[in-house]
Each structure stands twice: as structure tokens, then as C-alpha cells.
Design a protein around this ligand. Structure first.
Ligand SMILES: [Zn+2]
Ligand SMILES: [Zn+2]
Length: 587
């Protein structure tokens, strides 16, 4: 069974059971300064799991492309990837364990035809505050699982809350037990370097977790945990892993998700995917796939934030291609069409993006090749290769640490390099440290104020410059809002002053911010503004600011505009290709 069929089967299976298929969020979250990339399926659902009403109802399903930069270094073994899809289904106060667990079982054993004898499940064993999850045990038992396939673990493995284990949950925090499902690779023997006995959570590779049902049923109160009146289910299943299980290989790079890229690498380098070549080939395949996807969603390589991550992926992949004796550009250009084809057929990106992506990636590679030649020259003439030199190369040529490390035979200390980098960053304020707090940090008040202001800026730009203006992007940090918009001309200083004046007038008018759920097509016909690269579900939330602005959005927003406070223009600049970027901040 092909990967694309597996994804479709999952969406269809839950759609048949009353779930609305919602579009995936972009891999780079909109106006969320707490995180660089969308790192889980749950991220876009957080406000709804906390009680907000979702426009598509109480049963939702999707597949969410996600990226975890912290896994870059782990790529090279048979299962780590930086980019992955997370299959997810949710009950927002609707069904609970008695539906979820039989559905999970039916999906894996009937739809995907996994051998039930090779599936294992885990449950929360209970502790001094919460009882053992007996309800889930009885359900699994009834589904035919024998006791030797049902395993109990403590709260470090089978409990979910944003704060971790029950004893760490503050008052008001919700959480609950989880039930994971594992696939057993019976041909893989336990490796005793991972421990004496093998068990489902062993990392030796015999068992692979392919899904996790989180049951949010408790809330922490001053008297301890109590059951919530409305309970949520949050299921996440790693798509790449599920594909590997269905195709019965412990190597995700041997599934049809990667084989087109791997065979291209084999052709170009003349080397086989085996033995010592495997780690480098996996890095190339993983990094190129992620960078291609990001590029198709509009990201451009740069020396900052997400753009730097993308640059790092391409450079690491290029260095690996060189180590295999192949031409990186040839590999990349030959692989991009299959990557674009796979993700555009899933509706995540546009098929038309292929030529733009190829152009951008080959320009980036050309830049890197000349940097690489310069870097090699500087390393060659340096009388001392140390962390300071690695930092200088990072500064002048954008070399990630590991690239300098690969070009030299001297072992460098990455901690020392990072110290130099941090000292530099805190000086130049290029890094917004808040970005790295992790995906589920609460939206700060500043973000909410700036985000609400983007709606006013959007409408004011249309009023002053005309209907040609559409939103092309936006980004917020603690110091300013940034708004990209289409406009072919250069706005005059007078026009920009009028935009700011109108925005400040609407803020001073203290307009109420209200929301309504509507049909998407109807809303768009009535002139509601939207951010078009983003995909919206058929039923949408429309936020209105007085009668002045109406926009498709997911929130959160201030309740009245005076909470935003007066704003001023920082600058307005040309990004090229008919797109401009305006920066605005609090006075
Ligand atoms: Zn093991
Ligand atoms: Zn909004």
C-alpha cells in the first residue's frame, strides 16, 4: 500500500465517522512568535482544546506537515526525520474512549491490515492521585488484545499535560492518561546495549510507536485532580512510521516516501544505498524534502530564524552529497519534482511551485558552492583551526558549525562555538529568545495586541492604496508587527501617514472585536478579507472590528481596540515582485 493511499484512508475513515477534514496549518505558523515551525498536529487545535468553538464542529481530522529543528542532528539512523506528517483526529467534548480505541484498532487492523499479533498497546498504570486507566484496559481487552500485548507505564510515559506529570500540573491545567499503540518488527532482534530486557518502549528498534490517543479528562483544582465535565480526545499518529509499519520495513527511508529521492542519489553518485553510504543518503533525502516543502510554502533561505534553518538544511545536504562524490545540484534538481508531486497531490502545496522552488534552491546552492570554496581556502591558510575560526566562518560565510567541522580534521567543541554565538546574538539582538520557548506557550498579551492590529493595518492599506492590496504574510515579535502586502507602486510618505492615522483612529474609537462562524464561500463573497496562501476550512471564523474590518482568522484578539494602544510606523520597504513589507510598533 502506497503512502498517499494510507493518508487518504485515514482521512476517509474518520470522515465516515462524522469528522470534518480540516486543512493543515502552514509549516511556519502565522503570527506566532513562540515557535519557529509547526511541530505537531495539535498546535493549531490548542485554542479549541481549551474550549473555544471550532467552526467545523466537534469531530475533526487532518494530516499536519510538521518540522522539528531540534532533530536535525539525529537524522541518519533508520527512523529520524526533521519533517514529518502527523495524522490527527480530535473529539472536542464529543466522543471518548469507548469510540476512540475501537476506531484506532479498526483503522490499523482492517483498513491498513496490520497483523493484530504484531500490535501492542500501553496504558497509564495509575499513581497516588489518579487511578489506573481500567476503562481503556477493558476496551482493549474486549477488542481481543491479550494481556501480554497490553503494557502499563507510569506518568512519565502514559500521561499528557502541557506541564508534564500530574504532580507538576498547576491549578487550572488539564491533562489525562494516554494509550499508545506499537508495531513489532519481529525480524529485528533486541540489542542489549539498550537494556537487559526488550519492552515496547525500548529504543532498540524492535518496537515502533505508531499512534497515541490522549484522553483529556482531568483538571487540576485546589483539591487535586477532578474529572472535567467535557472531555477531549487528541490522537496523533506519525505518518512516516505508520507507512514504515504497513510496508513492513524498520527503515522509513526504504518506504515510497523516500525511495524516489534515494534512487536519484544512487544514480547521481553511482553509489548504492547500503552500509556506510546510508547515513549521508538519509540526511540528503530528509533535508532536501523539508527544504523543498518550506520553499513551496514561500520560505526563502536567509541568516535569520526559519530562513536560517532552511539554509542549514540545504548546506548540510550539499556537504553530504559532496562526501558521496555526487553533484548536489544535480541530485536536488532531479528530486524536487517528485517531492512537489507528492505534497501537492495531498493539497499542502501548489503543483505550480516546482519551477520556482528549483530556481530558488539552485541559486542558493550556487551561493553555497562559492562560499564553500572560499571557506576551504580560509581553512587552508589559517594557522590555527579553532572554535573562533568556526564562528568567524559562520559570521562571514554563514557556515553552520557542523560544516566547518566536516571540512577540518581537527575536533572542535560545539559548546564553545555556541557560547561565542550566544554572546554575539545577545549583543545584536538578532535572536528573539522567546521563539525557543516551545510550541505550546500561551499567546502573550503583546502578540494578541499586535495581531489584532494587523487586521486594522490590512483594511487601512486597502482604504488608502486601493483594492490591489492583499495580505502576503505577517510576523510578530515582542518589538513590532510586520505585514507583507501586494502593491506594485511605492506608497508616498503621505499615504503611509494616512494608513497609520486611520489605524490609530480605529484604536481610539474603542471598537468591539466580535466573531461569527460562517460558510467560507459566503464570507469571501461578502468581501471578508483573508490571507490567501493559507487554506481555510469550509466553515470559518470571521473576526469583525466594529463595522470597519472583517477577516477570516483563528484568533486570539483583544476584546476592544483601545487595548491595542497607539502605534507608529517604523518603515515600509520593497521586497520585490510586487510585494512590500511594512513595520509598525507601539509608540
Ligand atoms: Zn529492545
Ligand atoms: Zn486575527
Amino acid at each position: 500500500m502506497k503512502a498517499s493511499e494510507i493518508r487518504q484512508k485515514y482521512l476517509d475513515f474518520f470522515a465516515k465517522r462524522g469528522h470534518a477534514v480540516i486543512p493543515a496549518a502552514p509549516i511556519i505558523p502565522r503570527d506566532d512568535p513562540t515557535t519557529l515551525f509547526n511541530g505537531s498536529g495539535m498546535q493549531q487545535l490548542v485554542p479549541y482544546l481549551k474550549g473555544e468553538k471550532h467552526p467545523m464542529g466537534t469531530r475533526l481530522v487532518d494530516s499536519q506537515p510538521s518540522f522539528r529543528a531540534e532533530d536535525i542532528e539525529s537524522v541518519g539512523d533508520n527512523r529520524h526525520t526533521t519533517m514529518f506528517e502527523m495524522l490527527g483526529n480530535w473529539s472536542l467534548g464529543d466522543y471518548f474512549k469507548a469510540d476512540q480505541l475501537p476506531w484506532v484498532w479498526e483503522f490499523f487492523t482492517k483498513e491498513l491490515a496490520l497483523d493484530p499479533a504484531r500490535l501492542h498497546v500501553t496504558l497509564f498504570q495509575g499513581d497516588n492521585t489518579v487511578p489506573k486507566d481500567q476503562e481503556s484496559y477493558l476496551l482493549w481487552h474486549k477488542l481481543g488484545l491479550k494481556d501480554d500485548h497490553i503494557h502499563y507505564y507510569d506518568s512519565s510515559k502514559n500521561w499528557w499535560s502541557r506541564a508534564g506529570t500530574p504532580d507538576n500540573m498547576p491549578i487550572g491545567e488539564v491533562g489525562g492518561p494516554t494509550s499508545e499503540i506499537f508495531f513489532e518488527y519481529t525480524a529485528v532482534n533486541h540489542d542489549s546495549s539498550y537494556g537487559k530486557e526488550c519492552h515496547v518502549n525500548c529504543d532498540c528498534g524492535r518496537f515502533l510507536e505508531i499512534g497515541n490517543s490522549v484522553f483529556m479528562e482531568y483538571e487540576m483544582t485546589s483539591e487535586g485532580l477532578r474529572k472535567l465535565p467535557a472531555q477531549n480526545v487528541d490522537f496523533g499518529g506519525g505518518f512516516e512510521r505508520i507507512v514504515a509499519a504497513v510496508q513492513d520495513t524498520p527503515d522509513v527511508f526504504a518506504t515510497d516516501l523516500f525511495t524516489p529521492i534515494i534512487s536519484t542519489i544512487e544514480q547521481v553518485t553511482g553509489k548504492k544505498y547500503k552500509g556506510a553510504n546510508m547515513p549521508a543518503m538519509r540526511v540528503i533525502a530528509d533535508h532536501l524534502r523539508a527544504a523543498t516543502f518550506m520553499s513551496a510554502q514561500g520560505l526563502v533561505p536567509s541568516n535569520k530564524l526559519q530562513g536560517y534553518t532552511m539554509r542549514r538544511l540545504l548546506r548540510r545536504a550539499a556537504v553530504r552529497a559532496r562526501s558521496l562524490g555526487g553533484d548536489a545540484k544535480e541530485i536536488f534538481l532531479a528530486s524536487i519534482p517528485s517531492i512537489i508531486g507528492f505534497y501537492s497531490s495531498a493539497g499542502f502545496i501548489s503543483a505550480d511551485s516546482a519551477s520556482g522552488v528549483a530556481e530558488l534552491i539552485s541559486a542558493e546552492l550556487d551561493k553555497f558552492t562559492s562560499a564553500l570554496i572560499r571557506g576551504e581556502r580560509e581553512l587552508g591558510k589559517a594557522n590555527k583551526v579553532n572554535e573562533q575560526l568556526a564562528f568567524d566562518l559562520y559570521q562571514s560565510l554563514g557556515f553552520p558549525f557542523e560544516i566547518t567541522q566536516e571540512l577540518t580534521s581537527i575536533k572542535l567543541d560545539e559548546t564553545k562555538f555556541n557560547k561565542l554565538l550566544q554572546a554575539h546574538q545577545s549583543k545584536s539582538r538578532t535572536a528573539s529568545a522567546g521563539m525557543f520557548k516551545g510550541g505550546l506557550a500561551d499567546q502573550s498579551e503583546t502578540t494578541t495586541r499586535y495581531h489584532t492590529a494587523t487586521h486594522l493595518v490590512h483594511q487601512a492599506l486597502v482604504d488608502v492604496l486601493g483594492e490591489e492590496v492583499t495580505q502576503a504574510g505577517s510576523n510578530i515579535n515582542s518589538e513590532r508587527l510586520r505585514f507583507d502586502y501586494t502593491y506594485s507602486d511605492k506608497p508616498s510618505n503621505d499615504q503611509l501617514a494616512r494608513v497609520i492615522h486611520v489605524v490609530n483612529q480605529k484604536i481610539a474609537d474603542n471598537l468591539p472585536v466580535t466573531k461569527a462562524i460562517q460558510d467560507k464561500d459566503k464570507a469571501l463573497r461578502s468581501g471578508v478579507r483573508a490571507f490567501f496562501p493559507e487554506k481555510y476550512p469550509d466553515r470559518v471564523t470571521v473576526y469583525s472590528i466594529g463595522s470597519y474590518s472583517h477577516e477570516l482568522c483563528g484568533g486570539p484578539h483583544v476584546a476592544h481596540t483601545s487595548a491595542i494602544g497607539p502605534l507608529e510606523l517604523v518603515k515600509d520597504e520593497n521586497l520585490g515582485q510586487g510585494i512590500r513589507r511594512i513595520y509598525i510598533r507601539f509608540v
